[in-house]
Write a protein that binds this ligand. Structure first.
Ligand code: DGY
Length: 323
């Protein structure tokens, strides 16, 4: 009799979806993912890997996993995985789209409000006993209602941000490689701008919702940040390396940016020291999808992908190269 396929589950997942694997498969869990002793002990037998964004799945790692057939990422972003290397080895990659869309859009909006209206800064001030009473000029921020919001990447999450923006009476601009249909633009109330630089020059706030690729790495370079509208706000809930953090710190110190809200960082969990000292940046610890329901749904989707694949059915959300 063939032994049951071995599924390695990286970290602890919320909810109880992992339990579905027991009985059907041989399951090994490792708290510190692919760096754990549990993983090292079973790597040659792993057929399915339930991976986290903190697991770097590259050529060198794949070379040590001779039986691997599927990587089920518990994330929508797959920049932690070398897709080309997986494709060369015939390894299927899946992700968890849709279930985290609204949660991430909520956080992007929260960061925008918090950065523009100085909420986190105000909280720090209160706790430090720095509030000596209302004055007309105290802690003036940037008006959110009615602002022009530029969205880089009007995919699922970008669209969810655009829907929220309507409730705030915002004018929404977007830019991406492929323009949406007129019908979708109308439904979202979003106007296409062909060039990123033009959008940056016009937008009072910019929210980043594109994947991290070779083309988007440091897309927000020093030069590009300098082209943003004076007094504008930058929000990043996508991936840290899309923004040059050192340049961002300078743009927050010397302009043109008034504020920024970040959930992701160039070298997580490290945050650039120059950002840590700035009052006008709100820093969240990569919690875009971290409402309980969304995280449980992400875990459930990753486990469903593994179960279906190992049972000979197509996974629910397979990632194709060049997505
Ligand atoms: C994702 O899904 O890509 C997030 O960054 C992790 O929640």
């Amino acid at each position: 009799m063939n032994p049951q396929p071995l599924v390695f589950v990286s970290g602890t997942l919320p909810g109880n979806s992992v339990e579905q694997l027991f009985g059907c498969f041989n399951v090994v869990r490792g708290e510190s993912g692919i760096r754990s002793a549990e993983f090292a002990a079973c790597r040659e037998r792993v057929e399915a890997l339930v991976a986290l964004v903190t697991d770097r799945i590259d050529e060198a790692l794949l070379a040590t996993l001779p039986r691997l057939r599927i990587v089920a990422n518990v994330a929508v972003g797959v920049d932690n995985i070398d897709l080309a290397a997986c494709a060369r080895r015939g390894i299927v990659v899946t992700n968890t789209p849709d279930v985290l869309t609204e949660a991430t859009a909520d956080l992007a909006f929260g960061l925008l409000l918090s950065a523009a209206r100085r909420i986190a800064e105000g909280d720090r001030l209160m706790r430090a006993g720095g509030f000596s009473g209302w004055t007309p000029t105290f802690m003036l921020g940037t008006r959110v209602h009615g602002m022009t919001l530029g969205i880089l990447g009007l995919g699922r999450i970008g669209q969810a941000v655009a829907r929220r923006a309507r409730g705030f009476g915002m004018h929404v601009l977007y830019t991406q490689r492929t323009r949406l249909s007129e019908e979708m633009e109308r439904a979202l109330g979003a106007a296409f701008v062909p060039a990123l630089d033009e959008m940056l020059a016009r937008a009072d706030a910019v929210s980043i919702h594109c994947p991290l690729t070779q083309e988007t790495r440091h897309l927000f370079s020093r030069e590009r940040l300098a082209r943003m509208k004076p007094g504008s706000v930058l929000v990043n809930t996508a991936r840290g390396p899309i923004v040059d953090e050192a340049a961002l710190a300078d743009a927050l110190a010397k302009g043109p940016l008034a504020a920024a809200g970040l959930d992701v960082y160039e070298e997580e969990p490290r945050v650039h020291p120059a950002l840590l000292t700035r009052e006008n940046v709100v820093l969240a610890p990569h919690i875009g999808s971290a409402d309980r329901a969304s995280r449980e749904a992400m875990a459930g989707m990753a486990i469903a992908n593994v179960m279906r694949f190992l049972s000979g059915e197509p996974p629910v959300s397979q990632v194709t190269m060049g997505r």
